[in-house]
Each structure stands twice: as C-alpha cells, then as structure tokens.
Design a protein around this ligand. Structure first.
Ligand SMILES: [Zn+2]
Length: 237
C-alpha cells in the first residue's frame, strides 16, 4: 500500500487528517501521512492518532513498510485499534521532529566542512553523527565547530530539487554517502540544495532556512575503525 508522503512537500506539517487503509496487531497504514519513517539515518516520528470519538492512539515509532512509499505507524501496546476506512487526526511530536530537522540539516553543512567520503550517519533528537573515511589528525573539533557555525550563520534558504536517475548517474560526485545510495527505480531522485554550500540526494526532512539550526557543538570525535572516524554533534541551544 502506497502512502502519500505529505512531509516530502511540507516538512512543517504538524497535523493532518487521513484515512486508515490497513491495521494489524501493532501497525497502522494510512492513505497519507505527516509521520516520517526511519530512513537515511533519521529516526522515525512519534505522535498521536486521534479518533473521532476522542480516543488517542499513541504512535511510538514510524517505519517503512515493504512496498515503496508505504509507512507503518507503530502503535503503543494496549491502545485502541482503528477500523479500516476510519478518518483519524494525525499529530506528530513536533518538538522532537523539529530537533531532528535542525540536526539533520546541520549534518548537510558539516559534510561540507569535513571534505571526505561519508561512511555512515545517524540523527536522533538530541544528537547526530557522521562517520568519515579520513585521517583522525585532520579532525579538529574547534575548527569543525567554528567553520560549521560560520556557514550556518549565512542563513540561506534550503531548496528541494528533483533530478532523473540518468542525471544523477551522470553526476556521481553528488553522492557523498558511500553507505546509503539514493533510492532508484522511481525514475527521479530528490536532492537537497543549500545554495553555495551543499547539494546532495536526500529524502529526509530539513529546515527552510539554515539559520533555524542556530549553531552546533562538537560532542565527540573518535575512531570507530579504519574507515570510520566519527564526529558527533548537538545543537548549541
Ligand atoms: Zn537531508
């Protein structure tokens, strides 16, 4: 079942209504959603689905289903189950999601300060990290923090751009993340552009203006193996 991914066109939607299309023991599928499913290193959304009778279904996680663009809303144990066809009001935990959006966008900026192949990454609500294939001696926390924050201070608007699979194949330099290849097969690939700073394939949720990140702190730099030098960051405030 394909779900219309409302967060792709507007990452700032905090509420929406949708119809239930399938229900099993723990997961609920809807015809449209504002809940981002875990992917591209970004944690899935949490929140609440409200029934017409006022009952609240707590969503503790959101994951991708087996079909392309299918989304499973994982309900807390022992919550009421909705009926297929029922209309629900969707509310995401916006504070948590906004932190994820700020940190996610910060990683795009960070990946332009540390110029090396990206071998991994993860974004949780309180911290985010990228792993690089780089010599440890080239990673200086103070410099990384200063240069990343200087780029954030430019306050540029982010843009979503779509290109065809063929256009992406012709520009392999756009793909910095060795471990996560952009999804293909749909004929087109979504890119995030931060004008003058970054352009890369990404299906995640981002802030409209990088000034919303505010600034970052480097929490930790450590080696996680020969090709994985990990840089962990948090929002400055
Ligand atoms: Zn992104």
């Amino acid at each position: 079942m394909t779900t219309e991914l409302l967060f792709r066109t507007d990452a700032y939607l905090k509420t929406a209504s949708a119809q239930v299309v399938a229900v099993d023991e723990r997961s609920i599928e809807l015809d449209r959603t504002i809940f981002y499913p875990t992917g591209g290193g970004q944690a899935g959304d949490t929140g609440v689905l409200l029934r017409g009778n006022g009952e609240r279904i707590a969503v503790v996680d959101t994951r991708k289903g087996e079909a392309i663009d299918s989304v499973l809303h994982i309900a807390a144990a022992a919550t009421p189950q909705p009926e297929p066809g029922e209309t629900l009001t969707l509310n995401i935990d916006w504070q948590r999601r906004y932190a994820l959006m700020r940190l996610h966008t910060a990683l795009h900026v960070l990946s332009c300060v540390i110029v090396a192949p990206v071998t991994g990454g993860n974004i949780s609500p309180d911290k985010a990290r990228l792993d690089f294939d780089i010599d440890m001696r080239l990673l200086d926390a103070e410099r990384i923090e200063r240069e990343t924050n200087a780029l954030i201070a430019r306050g540029v608007e982010t843009e979503t751009v779509w290109i065809t699979d063929e256009e992406l194949d012709a520009r392999p330099e756009l793909v910095k993340t060795m471990s996560v290849q952009p999804p293909r097969g749909a004929g087109r690939v979504r890119l995030l552009r931060i004008p003058g700073i970054d352009l890369q394939p990404c299906g995640g949720t981002h802030v409209r203006n990088i000034a919303e990140i505010g600034g970052i702190r480097v929490l930790k730099i450590r080696s996680e193996g020969k090709r994985n030098k990990r840089v962990e960051i948090a929002l400055a405030s």
